[in-house]
Write a protein that binds this ligand. Structure first.
Ligand code: HEC
Ligand code: HEC
Length: 320
């Protein structure tokens, strides 16, 4: 009995020491390659950056608090939206050019490295929620150039609130991402559509089913991720060309474009329709061509919205 107690004590001590060790060392610094990206003031490049930031890449979707999104503007990108994860709360940073609370004091290179390698300006790894690692030099230059023109807005966002599990992941698992950089130029090919769907517009991030820890588990673009809101649950549909269970298998390009131009039809949907609404015809065609080229998935998604069970008294509900 005494021996057991002593063993338990030793284990508790070791665990505490381990927790202290993680606490002290979870912020690892990483060296990443130099991108050589420099902001440009060329108006065509800045305009291209604005198109990517507000349209395809929907930066506002994450870099704005929910309360402001309801008001409809796409900027300023003052951050403060919280991702609630099993590893703690991750707050998006203020990316306006404010010197104190935003990215105004960062160099072009630091901004480019954040997007290409997922490291912040202190060279700590970001948690890897952003998918832009393969973004072409031209597009990254355009994004950084446009960021330089965003007017500064002072807004201090809370520090991340990461639990010991999250810190252990940061200590041992999470690091910079090194991906092959794209050299594609915009056109309506399926190859360019693939670049948009994975790297810039992140259709993959929502339409390919993920496991609890965030890793991809389902058929590519087979749907099945869920988002709970107050009024119900949204489920991303299967958007592969499966004739029976694919949501858009019977849509020709005109139907597809009309759906995108219509924008948001359900108030609380997580899909950033209001950004994609602005995409050029060529970009939408590229994405359409890419989706049509996919391996059809048999994954069944019955509905894209399940209303929460009604809380109204039964007699009222049956009266309709
Ligand atoms: C899917 C959500 C999401 C989208 C879309 C997104 N971001 Fe982020 N971004 C984040 C999160 C979350 C962090 C913080 C991650 C961390 O600290 O580990 C972040 C961090 C950053 C940082 C690093 C800031 C710092 O303080 O370290 C920059 C720069 C940035 N984002 C720019 C952008 C730009 C530009 C776009 C659009 C092209 C964009 N983000 C789109 C979620 C997103
Ligand atoms: C942040 C998550 C998210 C992202 C990013 C996202 N989607 Fe969705 N998508 C959803 C959800 C959830 C639904 C179901 C609710 C709805 O229709 O708004 C949906 C619905 C759809 C539909 C069916 C619409 C209908 O009327 O039936 C299509 C088509 C679609 N998405 C294509 C795309 C494409 C293409 C991209 C990338 C350009 C993309 N989605 C990016 C979450 C997302």
């Amino acid at each position: 009995m005494r021996l057991l107690k002593r063993a338990a004590m030793i284990i508790v001590c070791l665990l505490s020491l381990f927790a202290i060790y993680i606490q002290l060392t979870f912020k690892r610094k990483f060296d990443v390659p130099v991108t050589g990206i420099k902001a440009s003031t060329d108006s065509a490049i800045v305009a291209r950056g604005k198109y990517i930031v507000n349209g395809q890449a929907h930066c506002y979707h994450c870099h704005m608090p929910d309360s402001m999104k309801k008001l409809g503007p796409r900027e300023p990108l003052i951050g403060g939206y919280a991702f609630k994860t099993p590893f703690g709360d991750i707050y998006t940073p203020n990316i306006t050019s404010d010197n104190a609370t935003g990215v105004g004091a960062w160099t072009d290179e630091e901004l480019a490295q954040a997007l290409r390698y997922n490291v912040d300006h202190n060279k700590n790894a970001l948690v890897g929620i952003m998918p832009f690692n393969s973004m072409s030099d031209e597009d990254l230059t355009a994004v950084v150039s446009y960021m330089r023109t965003m007017k500064p807005v002072r807004n201090a966002v809370p520090e991340h609130d990461i639990n010991i599990l999250g810190k252990a992941l940061m200590r041992f698992v999470i690091g910079p991402v090194e991906a092959e950089v794209s050299h594609l130029k915009p056109d309506s090919s399926a190859a360019y559509g693939k670049y948009l769907a994975y790297t810039v517009a992140n259709c993959n991030g929502c339409h390919t089913r993920r496991g609890a820890a965030g890793g991809y588990e389902g058929d590519p673009f087979g749907g099945g991720n869920e988002w709970k809101t107050e009024n119900g649950t949204f489920i991303s549909p299967n958007i592969t060309p499966n004739d029976t269970v694919g949501r858009i298998a019977k849509w020709n390009y005109e139907v597809f474009e009309r759906r995108f131009r219509a924008g948001k039809l359900m108030e609380e949907t997580p899909m950033p329709w209001e950004n994609f609404q602005e995409m050029s015809e060529s970009d939408l065609k590229a994405i359409y061509n890419f989706l049509q080229s996919l391996e059809p998935s048999n994954h069944v998604v019955q509905t894209t919205f399940k209303p929460a069970p009604s809380t109204e008294p039964a007699h009222q509900a049956s009266g309709r």
